[in-house]
Ligand binder design. Structure first.
Ligand code: ATP
Ligand code: MG
Length: 356
């Protein structure tokens, strides 16, 4: 695959485990009778050492690797080490452009890196901005409104049920079963919660009622490849859980010890739907100018038309197959193991920069 051995730096943010323990149990979770070990979602986006080491081990197969934590010393370290390329999985600190921080530093230092540029990372983190671009290109996505105060919330004119989420979070942060709202009273309560707990506007969207999928894309330009589609199905959930892949679902209900049968890959869909879903996901990937890899969440509306939920240019990549991380799952279904998947991402990035 690689004709030269590159000096690769791996940039990451590591989860402080001790900060994520249970403070309060969400109401729906209690009724499901499952004991959570954690609930606070502050660091849900960051990676564990298991993931960081798995990526490092994979990269070391073909290249020399240095770990660089994406903290305040990152700039000086990157400048000093001056790697040939950075494999970036850092989610960043603070603010709406946090995922863009390391790529911005790397652009400044003229160091190549895997994945999307700062503009794409920051835009996709703001789900409303990303939806505005999708709408410009007539790529289907749920009708939405941004509520930055309770005053705006009172005038919302969308069709219930709705879903309310923080406008710029990932890893299901801020998305609980209560985010699904059936009437104005629930809507106002949820908006208030997002405004006060997440200190950012709430994105209010019409609820897409149909089947849900996630689509991993790998590569660039004409060579961008859609990996086998993953379906997320809710049949295995406790019956009072609403059908959303919420924080409770992702991090508490569906665990390594107690796996739920949530994902199927390849999704059991006919060729026509497969083409529609792949097509819309690729359009979104190109409209947002994603580079090298991304995972695109899609859900069918009441007319069975695939809509984009969001674009993840820094997809989750938990290495343990039992942990149900969708990008690695799609890669595995395609016949790429974790090591091959990581090296393929590095390879398409290195090729894009003409390093190999
Ligand atoms: N408009 C919608 N209609 C139906 N379901 C939705 C809608 N928006 C979000 N959801 C549900 O909520 C889940 C989480 O939403 P979303 O993907 O926006 O959040 P996220 O935290 O950024 O996700 P990720 O973990 O993929 O980063 C989706 O997987 C889906 O189940
Ligand atoms: Mg998502």
């Amino acid at each position: 695959m690689f004709n030269v051995r590159l000096n690769v730096a791996l940039t990451f943010n590591v989860k402080p485990e001790s900060q994520t323990f249970l403070e309060e149990v969400p109401p729906n979770f209690k009724s499901a009778g499952v004991q959570p070990e954690k609930y606070v979602d502050t660091y849900a986006e960051w990676d564990t050492w298991d993931t960081i080491n798995a990526v490092k081990d994979a990269l070391e197969r073909y290249n020399d690797v240095t770990l660089i934590e994406a903290n305040y010393s990152a700039f000086a370290k990157l400048k000093e080490i001056n790697p040939n390329i950075v494999f970036n999985i850092a989610e960043g600190f603070n603010g709406l452009s946090r995922e863009a921080q390391i790529p911005s530093i790397l652009d400044m230092l003229q160091i190549p890196y895997t994945g999307s540029d700062p503009l794409t990372l920051a835009t996709c983190l703001d789900k409303a901005r990303a939806k505005e671009i999708l709408s410009y290109y007539k790529i289907p996505n749920a009708k939405f409104v941004i509520a930055d105060s309770l005053e705006t919330a009172k005038n919302i004119n969308l069709d219930f049920p709705l879903i309310v989420k923080p406008v710029s979070e990932g890893s299901s942060k801020g998305i609980f079963s209560t985010s699904f709202v059936r009437d104005k009273k629930e809507l106002l309560k949820e908006i208030e919660r997002v405004l006060s707990e997440y200190n950012q506007p709430a994105l209010v969207e019409e609820f897409l009622q149909g089947r849900e999928f996630t689509v991993a894309i790998l590569g660039n330009g004409n060579e961008a490849e859609v990996l086998p589609i993953v379906e997320i199905s809710y049949n295995d959930f406790p019956k009072d859980f609403v059908p959303i892949y919420s924080y409770e679902a992702k991090w508490i209900l569906d665990t390594k010890e107690n796996p739920l049968d949530v994902f199927s890959c390849p999704a059991k869909i006919d060729l026509q739907l497969e083409k529609q879903i792949s097509g819309v996901a690729l359009k979104a990937y190109n409209a947002l100018r994603c580079k090298d890899w991304s995972r695109i969440d899609v859900r069918l509306d009441k007319n069975n038309e695939p809509n984009i939920i969001e674009i993840n240019p820094l997809p989750g990549i938990l290495p343990d197959p039992d942990e149900n991380s969708c990008f690695p799952k799609a890669a595995r279904t395609k016949g790429l193991n974790y090591e091959e998947m990581i090296n393929k991402v590095l390879y398409v990035a290195a090729k894009r920069y003409k390093l190999i």
